[in-house]
Structures are given as structure tokens and as C-alpha cells.
Design a protein around this ligand. Structure first.
Ligand code: 3PG
Length: 211
């Protein structure tokens, strides 16, 4: 499980994607791989999520996870489809425990000291910091890192090319997530070139912004 989180951390970036049609997942995978970021968090916000995960997992060259995982049932469906990791906007004991049963790492959301402590009590050491922009941004993460030295954060929500550097400059930030690299309209249009270009731009930026 730790190995998967290490792989995510090595990429530094997690494209958060909403897929309206599982058939869009093929071109998306192509854009991600050719753009240099073979990672995707497919959100359970559409009926196509599980099938889209299946398509991406079937490629064998994309580290695919499920996002917006709110229930144990979604954990089961995500894992059955091939998700290698799970992400939740908040911290749910039921979701964490079901993920543990499957042996699949989960990154639940936490943005306050109380929420981080609650996640720690569930054995979690990497939390999603969501929504990052309206929860105090990089300054809040830096402040939380003082008492929670072992915790790693994945800020998501309101992150883009303009503020990516603030987050990646923090050593407690494992990776940064966001949809800016994979806009829903471009994914739906199967515009491989445009998505590849956004992904490659983010990868190049992140390479210059290592702490
Ligand atoms: C998520 O679920 O991680 C967010 O919706 C992504 O936020 P963003 O669209 O602001 O990047």
C-alpha cells in the first residue's frame, strides 16, 4: 500500500478527472502517458466512473485511482474495476475500513487539526487537503505540518499553474491534485493533443518546483 502512495508522490501531480463516457478513457490515457504523467484519479461523480477506471487500468501503464469515494460500496466497485488507490473529499471511517479490507491505500480528506487527528486515529498518514484554496491554502498546510510532522498532504481544489509552486515547495506535500490538467470538456471531446499539452506543461512546471 505504501508503495502506491510512494509512486503517487514520485509523480508529484494527480490529474482529477470527471469522465462522462467510459469510451473517453482511452484517449485520456493516451494523453496522460504521452504527456509524461501516467496518473489519474477518476471521480465517482458520473455513472461512467467504474468503467472508465476499468479502461485505464486495462492499459497497464496508468496509475489509476478512484476519487470522490463516499461509500463502502463505491470502494468495492472502484477496487473491482482496478483502482490502485482511493481518494475521499472527507474522512469516513466506513470508507477507510473497507479500503483496508481490500488492502488498497486510501487518501481521505482533512483540513483542520481535528480532522487530521481523526485520520491519524484510523491509521492514515497521507490526507487530501480539500478544498485547498478555500481552506487556507499552503499557509494552512505549513501550519498543520508543525504539530503533525509525519503527515503528508495532497492539496486539491483551486490548484492550478499559478499557485502550484506554493504547494510543491512544502516538503510535507506528497503531491498536488487538480482538474486543470484534464478539463472535462477537452476529455469529453477526446482532444488528446490539448490534454497532452496541459499535462506536459504541468509536468514541466513541477519538475522546476521540487523542494
Ligand atoms: C477534487 O475532487 O479533487 C476537486 O474537485 C478538484 O478540484 P479542482 O477542480 O479545483 O482542481
Amino acid at each position: 500500500m505504501a508503495d502506491i502512495l510512494e509512486q503517487l508522490a514520485a509523480h508529484r501531480l494527480v490529474p482529477v478527472v470527471v469522465l462522462d463516457d467510459a469510451a473517453d478513457a482511452g484517449p485520456l490515457g493516451e494523453a496522460l502517458v504521452s504527456g509524461g504523467l501516467p496518473v489519474a484519479e477518476v471521480t465517482f461523480r458520473t455513472a461512467a466512473a467504474a468503467d472508465a477506471i476499468r479502461v485505464l487500468a486495462g492499459r497497464g501503464d496508468v496509475l489509476v485511482g478512484a476519487g470522490t469515494v463516499l461509500t463502502p460500496d463505491q470502494v468495492d466497485r472502484a477496487v473491482a474495476a482496478g483502482a490502485r488507490y482511493l481518494v475521499s473529499p472527507g474522512t469516513s471511517r466506513a470508507v477507510v475500513e473497507r479500503a483496508n479490507e481490500h488492502g488498497v491505500p486510501v487518501i481521505p480528506g482533512a483540513v483542520t487539526a481535528t480532522e487530521v487527528q481523526a485520520a491519524l486515529e484510523l491509521g492514515i498518514e497521507t490526507v487530501k487537503f480539500f478544498p485547498a484554496g478555500t481552506s487556507g491554502g499552503s499557509a494552512a498546510i505549513a501550519a498543520l505540518a508543525a504539530p503533525f510532522g509525519g503527515v503528508r498532504f495532497v492539496p486539491t481544489g483551486g490548484v492550478g499553474t499559478a499557485n502550484l509552486g506554493e504547494y510543491l515547495a512544502l516538503s510535507c506535500v506528497a503531491a498536488v491534485g487538480g482538474s486543470w490538467m484534464v478539463p472535462r470538456g477537452l476529455v469529453r471531446a477526446r482532444d488528446v493533443d490539448a490534454v497532452r499539452s496541459l499535462v506536459a506543461e504541468a509536468v514541466a512546471l513541477a519538475a522546476h518546483l521540487r523542494p
